[in-house]
Write a protein that binds this ligand. Structure first.
Ligand SMILES: NC(=O)c1ccc[n+]([C@@H]2O[C@H](COP(=O)([O-])OP(=O)(O)OC[C@H]3O[C@@H](n4cnc5c(N)ncnc54)[C@H](OP(=O)(O)O)[C@@H]3O)[C@@H](O)[C@H]2O)c1
Length: 253
């Protein structure tokens, strides 16, 4: 597969889980991947295992004001971008009594505000090539309610609303924008869930009540992202691709 030969694709939140898998997948299809996250050791390991032209920049995306400089640096060192995947995200268990302004703000800073800021800085000075495609890693949580996850669900709903709005606004500039909305995927978020449930058996039982297709793998998400970034998805913009192992239909039927 050489779908992305010569394409420069920025992956934000690339040091582990879905972002790391997406980076490897795209590089395997010829992309020059540019990884961003905070944990330098992991970024460096991933780049070494990918090989080729993969490179990384360390950044804390909650430092909102630094994003302009980061994009300027990336574009001056690598050229204009052809794609971006925004996978940076945090989940915190926050029942209402702990849901104060600062906690809400923290989730939104990482999961949402910086997502918008990356797009703003990429488009402001035309730091992209025509045909640019953006994929946001949202969640089925943007569509369903979950106890103690108000901040997370709201941040993903904001992300999906933004995808719909900016897709309209940016289409004439040659930019397409979509999200994927995974259910539970086997990453450290799943490990935290297992820890809360006590063991793998109880966790899988609890999971299967709603997500009847079972736990998803990072590769499942990477495949969907690669499709949405590819020419085969030319006519798809402003939408969310639900890939939740049945969760949404199970909870709404
Ligand atoms: N796993 C699931 O079940 C699932 C389901 C639906 C949606 N999602 C979404 O998928 C995305 C990736 O999650 P994951 O499951 O792959 O978990 P993960 O392994 O914890 O990945 C999260 C990524 O976000 C980065 N990140 C977090 N805070 C950051 C910050 N302040 N600055 C820069 N980077 C930051 C992390 O890098 P550093 O820590 O190195 O900075 C890491 O690369 C998230 O947006 C999550 O909401 C996950």
């Amino acid at each position: 597969m050489i779908e992305f030969e010569g394409k420069k694709i920025l992956v934000v939140g690339a040091s582990s889980g879905i972002g790391a898998e997406v980076s490897s997948k795209l590089a395997g299809q010829g992309a020059e991947v540019i990884l961003v996250a905070r944990r330098e050791e992991l970024l460096s390991q991933i780049c070494s295992s990918i090989g080729g032209s993969a490179c990384y920049y360390t950044a804390d995306v909650s430092e909102y004001k630094d994003i302009e400089l980061l994009i300027e640096r990336i574009v001056s060192e690598h050229g204009k971008l052809d794609g971006m995947v925004y996978s940076a995200g945090i989940v915190e268990d926050l029942p209402l009594r702990f849901l104060d302004h600062d906690k809400l703000l923290r989730t939104f800073e990482i999961n949402y505000f910086s997502f918008v800021e990356f797009i703003r800085q990429i488009t402001k000075k035309k730091n992209y090539n025509s045909g640019m495609r953006i994929v946001a890693i949202s969640s089925v949580s943007s569509l369903i309610g979950e106890k103690a996850h108000t901040s997370y669900c709201a941040s993903k709903a904001a992300m999906d609303a933004t995808v719909r709005c900016l897709a309209k606004e940016l289409w004439d500039k040659g930019i397409a924008l979509n999200s994927v909305q995974p259910g539970m995927i086997r990453t450290r978020l799943y490990d935290e869930f297992v820890e809360r449930m006590g063991d793998y058996g109880s966790a899988n039982e609890a999971l299967k009540k709603n997500q009847y297709a079972g736990i998803g793998e990072t590769e499942d998400v990477a495949n969907a992202v690669a499709f949405l970034l590819s020419g085969e998805a030319r006519y798809i913009t402003g939408t969310g691709l639900l890939m939740d192992g049945g969760t949404f239909t199970a909870s709404s039927s």
